[in-house]
Design a protein around this ligand. Sequence first.
Ligand SMILES: [Fe+2]
Length: 347
Amino acid sequence: MRYMPMTRVETGMALGQDIYNGEGKLLMSRHLVLNNDSLQELLRLGFPGIYIDDEFTEDLRITEVVRPELKREALKMVHDLFLDNKNLPMEQHNLQEIVMNVMEDVLNNGEVMCNMLDIKTYDDYVYFHSVNVAVLSTMIGAACNMNQEELDILTTAALLHDVGKRFVEEDVLNVKRALTEEERIMIVQHPKLGYEFLKENFDFLPEVYDSVLEHHEWYNGCGYPLRKSGSEIPIYARIIKLADVYDALTSRLPYHEAVPPSEAVEYIMANAGAEFDPELVDVFMRKIAVYPVGCEVSLSDGRTAVVMENHKEFILRPKVKVIPTGEIIDLKSDDSARNLTILELNV
Ligand SMILES: [Fe+2]
């Protein structure tokens, strides 16, 4: 299976993944051969690209850190929590079970990097975003050797970090131009609104509430709402901040197009010590594939290739398969590839 930008997806191609919406509802199943209707539907949903199955990458399997069915369950839970207020104690029980399962998947896949681009629908961004931030945060926490209780706090707070947005009007969240002062004030209230909502309705450890409140603090003290800095900010909130920005940058949003992981990583490195905790940035860099498996890249000799495998300590030099010859080049260890580099990710 390989990633294909929507501009190059055609009828007759077969889906390499299940497609679901922000409620976790299955819209199209893996292996579906696209016809004109399903292609139009994919375009309407606003994906920048999708995974397809083809012969050239038949042997390519991508290991996901968290099982897709668990992601779907988490999506549904977050979705209901944003809209529904009826039976919150039951939601807490449900949420805790999902948190446990996410932690278990992440710990079982300790060596796996985040190698798959997330395919999210445009309209349901906030639900997909919540689940992604939870997965990424848990990966960072596990790589920091957090224990079970710490991971539990982290994953819970990450899943709920933006729940305060349920109190901000959708029009304001989806503004496509620069915000007015009034709109900006409404948006920056969401950490506090989420904190209050959770405190009133749930029974979590205090660190969960504090981390939701402080997920927009900056390491250098320039964030909001408390303008805390460095280790005054709970480590959970510092991790969520990183995962939050990475996922937002790599998503298509009303106010910007999705940037490739390579550019998002560049932004994060450039802002280590300002927005982000530099030590956590180091950990994060080891978990994110700059050139995700299944994506097409341009090589410095003019050829294009598909990324087949990433090497943890050499993230800029993966193993690739040249198009169309199928020649396999390991940029890390092949002598003949010493002068060859990747110029860009074609997503
Ligand atoms: Fe937020």
